[in-house]
Each structure stands twice: as C-alpha cells, then as structure tokens.
Design a protein around this ligand. Structure first.
Ligand SMILES: Cc1cc2nc3c(=O)[nH]c(=O)nc-3n(C[C@H](O)[C@H](O)[C@H](O)COP(=O)(O)O)c2cc1C
Length: 543
C-alpha cells in the first residue's frame, strides 16, 4: 500500500486500540440485528452504568428477524459510547479535545488523492445489487428502535455531496432507511442550521438537475467519522478539517459511479443518485431529540455501486434518547465551537466553559455558560445572547452560572437559580426562535422562543455550609478504613468561601475545630453590647 500509507488509524486499528484499553466487548453469541442488537447496547445508557464504564460492542454472529445469517460484523459505540472512546479515536486526552478541534479548524490540510483504496477491495455494481441477499440487503444494518422504527436504518454515516457550483464537498451524518436492495431514503434536515447536504440538494434542484450524486460512507477512520456530526460553516470541506485533526492529508479516492471523493480507508461506500424531483415516505424512526420522528417524505437514492473492504466492519450509532453515542459525539464536537465563539468570536472575557445539557434534553435545548465570578452583568448577558443565537437550532434555554456550579448537576443548577437569581431582573424571555430539532410539531410553523437566565452571584455570599475540604478529605480516609460503601463524591462535597467571609471567622473556626472553643467564648464576651436588637449583624474588625 505504498500510495496510501497513512499516519492515522482506520476503524480496524481503532477497534484494536479499544480492545487493548478494555473498552470493547465482543459478542460471539448469535444476535438478531432487528430485535436484539440495539436494545442490548441501550442497557448501558439506561441501566445505571456510569459513563466511564460504557463500552463499544462488536457483534460477530448476526442474524436478522428471518434468521438469515450475515457475513460482516457490526460494531456499536465504537466512536463515542463515552468520552474516553472518543478521545482514543481523537488520539488526545479528554481535556485536550477542545484544543485539537480548535487547531484542526484553524489549520485544515487538503486530502491526498490515491488510486488504490481499501474501500475498493470488493465492488458490487449493476445486477449484482438487485435481489434478496444482494446490494444493501447483504449488509447487516440494525433496526435502531424496535417497536417503533419501520426499517433497518444507516446511522453511522458520512454522507458526501458536492456543491454543483463551487465543487466543494460536504460530509454530514444523516440517517438513511433501507427500502430495497438498491434503494434507500436519506433524511437531510431542512431547518435553519440543518443539513449542509440539503443546501446542495437545493442547488441541484435550482439548476434543474433531476438527481444529485451522493456517496454514503460507513466506517470512516475515526478522525473522519467525527467530521460527520460536526457543525462547520457551509462551504468548509470536512475532509480538510479531518486532515487538520490528524496533522496529515487524509487519503481519498474517486468513487466508481459518481463524481465524488471518499475516504480511501472507509469500510463501505454506497454510491448513487438522490432524486431531486420525487420524495418517498421514510420513518418512523427513533430520533436523537428523544421522540420518534413520524413518517415524512424524504429523499430517495438509487444505488449504483456498493464498494467495501475485503473484511468490513459495519458501524451503527446508538442515538435516540440522550445520553447515547450520538449525544456524546455531538457534545464533544459542539461544546468547543460554542466556547470558541463566545471567547474569540464575540470576545466575551471570563467565559470558562460552555456545557450542552445531555440527558433527555439532548444538547440542543439547554446551554449552560460557566463564567468567572465578578464578570460585569452586561458581559454575562452578551454571553447568554451569544450562546442562544450562535446556531439556529441550539440554545433554547441558556443559563449563566459561576465556576463552582457543576453544569452537569441539575440540582446545582436549580440551586444557583434559586439562590443567585432574581427572576424579575435575571430572567428574560426572547421572542422568535424556530422549533429546531424536535418532535413533529417542528413542521407546523409554530414559533418557539428563548429563555435566558443569569444565575451568577451578583454580590458576595456567605460560604457554602459544608466542612472545609481538608476535614472532608481526612474523614474520607476513616470512611474507607471502616469499609463503608464506596463513595462517589457529588459536587459540591466540601464548603468554600463565596466572598463574604472574614479572616477572624476563619481563625475562630480553626479554634473550634481544634477543641479551643472556650477561647472564642472569651473573645465574644468582650464584644457584648447593650441595646441592640437580636440578629443585628456583627463583623469583627469592621465595627
Ligand atoms: C447519529 C446521528 C444521526 C444524525 N442524523 C441526522 C439526519 O438524519 N439528518 C440530519 O440532517 N442531521 C442528522 N444528524 C446531525 C448532523 O450530522 C449534524 O447536524 C451535522 O452538523 C451535519 O453536517 P453538515 O452541517 O455538514 O450537514 C445526525 C447526527 C448524528 C450523530
């Protein structure tokens, strides 16, 4: 493979890395891809398994609902069952993912065209695609939400289309429902902030083209797979940014039957043409907004070729109700974009973190902005408006909090709202927002709105009433020595100053915690006063 040597991992190398890290479960027992496969993996998202303990699942013995056996294995969760899996694919520590994205977007590298590509090891065209057990029907594509979905659906896709005017390609992760051995229906979001591929579809329609060339890639090298769900500006070629991520050109190859370039080390490429005149009913399908997308007309694609590696692994993303693989992929990719926009795009100083709320709300609805204490109120509002209107379909509810609030802890968020905001001054409802990615009413034309909440501290407050950190830490040792149940500290688990605190009180507390309270009594006896109402405040050293 001299002309396609590469300094990045393909999916097979990545699975080896996951296996080595103990993050891959291999299931050799027979599994029904239509009724059992996704529900089995779902348990790790709804069964109380902690995020770090989630794994990728490789299924090697697949049958369908009719008992037909499949040749190729299926992997679920391999790209983002949790952040660690994502970070292994990214080849960066979890904490460095943001910097890696920032650098890749700032320094894209053009891909390299190769003539021979592993994704062309095996080629199916023409009659080879027609009939049961052939074409798409040969691929073990799972049903994602048995009981609701109407078709096995491709989910781990990188769908490649090209702007017919500029020639710039786009790559998006869009679902595609299997309809026949040589036909599927692709769903590209038409809403504002929706699919880049849809803009190409419109451009083809405008030119009067009856079809749009399309390549659906399954099983890209992880660095390329990450590009599918990433929201880059329209006109940016994701393959260039993938090069930026790996620090070298990504190998690409020309498709066999459409004029598009695809990653050379892909597992499977489904080539064909999307009809720009006819649409065909697609779904129901369990969606990432957590509801079932009801049946709707989408874009039929006639398949002209399926090419694959000699031994492909078929990836499938588990999506639907968050948390899921889909929400992890998107979260890790989108949060850096928001932070960069607020800090560098808008120049709001003091923004520390942007967190897109994941469980159930699925990232697009609730955004928490973590800011430094003491940030001017006007700047807090600029951050809130900036986050709310950065993307057309994100940030319906935005909350600003200080750094001591863990945005992943909804109890802490409510605590901040309850104690640090004055609803009349700190809450604003803003008109005019599209429905965004959500259950069916998005098509009713009904407008949504935006809720902005400043739950930052407006002035100093007394400390959080828990023992200080050293006391909690030393007593934790005793807890463990006593063999009590393993602890999973929930923030906040120790007390800290919130600004309104005096050195004299620190000294008094230290005396009390070391058994010297009588000394405090002697000091307070000297401060006795006549004629004051009880509960009159006393600030030693300040009166
Ligand atoms: C598992 C998964 C499935 C998705 N399905 C769709 C889909 O069917 N249609 C769509 O427009 N976007 C879908 N998305 C979201 C897009 O991938 C995302 O908006 C991305 O930015 C699209 O790339 P683009 O901006 O180049 O179009 C999906 C994302 C994930 C992770």
């Amino acid at each position: 493979m001299t002309n396609s040597a590469r300094p990045y991992r393909d999916l097979h190398d990545h699975l080896d890395a996951l296996r080595e890290a103990g993050l891959l479960v291999t299931v050799d027992r027979q599994i029904d891809k239509d009724a059992e496969l996704h529900p089995l993996v779902r348990w790790q998202f709804v069964g109380g398994v902690n995020e770090p303990d989630r794994k990728a699942f490789l299924f090697t013995n697949i049958v369908d609902g009719l008992g037909r056996k499949y040749e190729f294995p299926v992997v679920v969760g391999a790209i983002a069952a949790n952040r660690r899996i994502y970070s292994i694919g990214m080849r960066a520590d979890v904490d460095d993912i943001q910097a890696k994205w920032d650098n890749a977007i700032a320094h894209p590298i053009k891909p390299r065209v190769v003539a021979d590509a592993p994704c062309h090891d095996v080629i199916h065209e023409g009659r080879d695609l027609i009939g049961e057990g052939k074409g798409l029907d040969r691929l073990p594509i799972p049903v994602s939400t048995p009981g609701f979905d109407s078709a096995p659906t491709l989910t781990a896709t990188n769908v490649v289309t090209k702007d017919p005017v500029t020639g710039v390609q786009n790559m998006g992760t869009y679902r595609a429902a299997l309809k026949a051995s040589d036909r599927l229906v692709v769903r590209m979001a038409t809403r504002v902030g929706g699919a880049g591929g849809y803009q190409h579809y419109l451009a083809h329609k405008k030119r009067g083209d009856a079809e749009m060339p399309c390549a659906i890639v399954l099983g890209c090298p992880p660095a390329v797979a990450f590009m599918g769900p990433q929201k880059l500006p329209v006109g940016v070629d994701e393959l260039d940014v993938a090069g930026g991520l790996v620090g070298a050109p990504v190998n690409i190859v020309r498709c066999r039957t459409v004029d598009l370039m695809v990653p050379a080390e892909a597992e499977v490429v489904i080539e064909g043409f999307i009809d720009t005149e006819y649409v065909e009913p697609e779904a129901p399908f369990g969606e990432s907004h957590g509801h079932v997308a009801l049946e709707e007309y989408n874009m039929p694609m006639r398949v002209t070729a399926i090419t694959h590696r000699a031994k492909p692994v078929i990836p499938s993303y588990i999506s639907q109700v968050a948390p899921s693989e889909s929400s992890v992929i998107k979260r890790v990719a989108y949060e850096p974009l928001f932070l960069d926009h607020l800090k560098n795009g808008l120049g709001v100083k003091g923004v520390k973190r942007v967190s897109l709320h994941e469980p159930l709300t699925g990232l697009l609805r609730v955004t928490t902005i973590v800011v430094e204490r003491g940030m001017p109120r006007t700047e807090v509002w600029r951050a809130l408006y900036g986050a709310a209107f950065f993307k057309g379909d994100c940030g319906k509810i935005c909350i600003a909090v200080n750094e001591d609030i863990d945005p992943d802890n909804s109890d802490a968020l409510l605590w901040a709202l309850a104690y640090r905001s004055n609803p009349v001054k700190d809450v604003r409802a803003v008109e005019s927002r599209g429905q965004g990615h959500g259950p069916k009413r998005e098509h009713s034309g009904e407008e949504d709105s935006t809720l902005l909440m400043d739950a930052t501290m407006k002035s100093d407050m007394p400390p959080l009433a828990l023992p200080k950190k050293p006391y909690m830490e030393s007593s934790r040792k005793i807890w463990e020595e006593l063999g009590l149940p393993a602890l999973r500290p929930q923030s906040p688990w120790f007390g800290y100053s919130l600004g309104d605190w005096l050195p004299q009180w620190d000294q008094a507390a230290e005396r009390a915690a070391s058994g010297r309270y009588l000394e405090n009594g002697r000091i307070s006896a000297q401060q006795r006063k006549k004629g004051l109402v009880p509960e009159t405040k006393f600030r030693p050293g300040e009166d």
